[in-house]
Design a protein around this ligand. Structure first.
Ligand SMILES: [Zn+2]
Length: 93
């Protein structure tokens, strides 16, 4: 069975990588540490070719009682729901 989420990194689609970011956004985007993204496996494959994964994705993410969840707003479905098993997290400044 396919997982309910898939991860694309910038190298799998030039539109989704840092090269695909318009020049006026590059400064801020390059500060991101994200190397692989959580994407919905239902609607991301339906992405039009002229829209980047970043522009197509409609996700919300946040803390849960057990950890952290990424949710697809378009599909109203879970993408990934992480259980930190009680481990303490710290913020990377
Ligand atoms: Zn979706």
């Amino acid at each position: 069975m396919m997982p309910s989420w898939l991860i694309l990194n910038g190298n799998q689609n030039s539109l989704g990588g840092k090269d695909g970011v318009s020049s006026n956004m590059k400064g801020k985007y390059e500060d991101s540490d994200i190397g692989m993204y959580f994407h919905c496996n239902t609607c991301m494959p339906e992405r039009p070719a002229d829209i980047s994964p970043r522009d197509w994705a409609r996700t919300e993410c946040g803390w849960t009682k057990k950890g952290f969840q990424v949710w697809c707003i378009r599909c109203e479905k879970n993408i990934v729901n992480l259980d930190f098993k009680g481990q303490k997290m710290s913020v990377i400044p």
